[in-house]
Structures are given as C-alpha cells and as structure tokens.
Design a protein around this ligand. Sequence first.
Ligand SMILES: [Zn+2]
Length: 225
Amino acid sequence: MSVIPAAGCGEQAARLMKLTKEYSMAVLHENQLILDRCPHCNVDMPTLVHIQHFRTTDYQGANRREWGVFKCSRCGSVITAATPKLGTEITEIYPSTVVIDDSIPARAKEYLKQALNSQTSPVGAVILSASAVDAMLKIKGYRDGSLYSRIDKAAADHVITPEMALWAHEIRLEANDQRHADEDAPLPEITDAKRAIEFALALGQFMFVLPARVQRGIVDAKGER
Ligand SMILES: [Zn+2]
C-alpha cells in the first residue's frame, strides 16, 4: 500500500509528526495516521490507512499545505490531515474528534463518552445517550416522569429552549423500547445513534458548557477592570 507523499519528501514523510493542542494524541507515521479514536466510528486505536497525498496553495501560491487522506479500516470513512510542511506538526484534521467538556457533570460525561465509543452498536449508543440526557435532567431537578415529559417540563421552565424540546421529539431517544425489548419497535440504526448522541451533546452544551463559559467570561471581565 501507499507510503506517504512521495513528492520530494521520502524520509521526512516517515518521521513522526507531532500534533498540537486538541490533536495532541494524533501523529502521522509512515503510511498511517495515528489517532486515539476514529472520528467517525470512534473505534479505539483505529487503523487509518494512507490513500492519497496532495499539496494545495491559495491563489497567490501562499498558504501551502500538504494533505494526507486516510481511510478507517473499520468503518471505511475518510479522514483528512494537513501540515504546512512535511515533517512538521499537523495543523488540521477533518473531521476533528469530539472532546466532551469538563463542565458536563461526571456521570453524564461518562455516559456520553461511552455512547460515542459505541456508535457501531446503535442500540447501546441510543440507551447511553438517553442515560446521559437523564443524568443531566436529574442534576437540574427533573427526576419524575418519562424522559420526554421531563424535557418538555425543562423547556416550559426555560431551562432549555422550546426548539430543543422539539428536537428531542424528532429523534429516537426513548430507551424503553430497547430495554423492554418491544418486538414491534424497529431496532435503532447508526443514524439514530448519531442523532441521539448529537442531541445529548447539544443538551450538555446548552445546560452546562455555555453557562460555565459565560461565568468564566464574567469573572475574567471583572478581573480586568
Ligand atoms: Zn472509523
């Protein structure tokens, strides 16, 4: 199979390329991109095989970037990574991997993490997403009733927006179908799992991450006076 970029970069391409910041666990090594998890299927230690290399610049010939295209052997999805110069730090990866913010309470965060890690098992991922939503609602005092009725109550109390409650009803979140093995209920598919996870992540952003960020902003602004 392919070795990374042949175009004037032989040895350099074989070097480890360290990643900065959020990609700190990612390196480009020989003919593979090394990531903790596949950003598509979230499988642990994915085999990401190099399938393409090319160089781009802007219309003036500046902003030169070397691009590598990689395929996840597990799910077949494609990941693109770029570096300004071969042998230097990778500066871009698409899609980026999801980082769950520390502002989300521990139990909900763990459910979310496990949901993300089990996208290829959609039944489990839907149940875990629902558990994350459940945990977040409980922390805000919404303990009784079905998940959907509690989401509606939170919207009525302006804890979340009415649009978020509508969104909840558009996706498959109720785990009861699965737990009670209702034979008439169709099994969730990967798209159902992805939508449930996306909603749970958005709920976490809205209920915990944004308020924490606003609070930090207020404290910072006061400190600068
Ligand atoms: Zn994958």
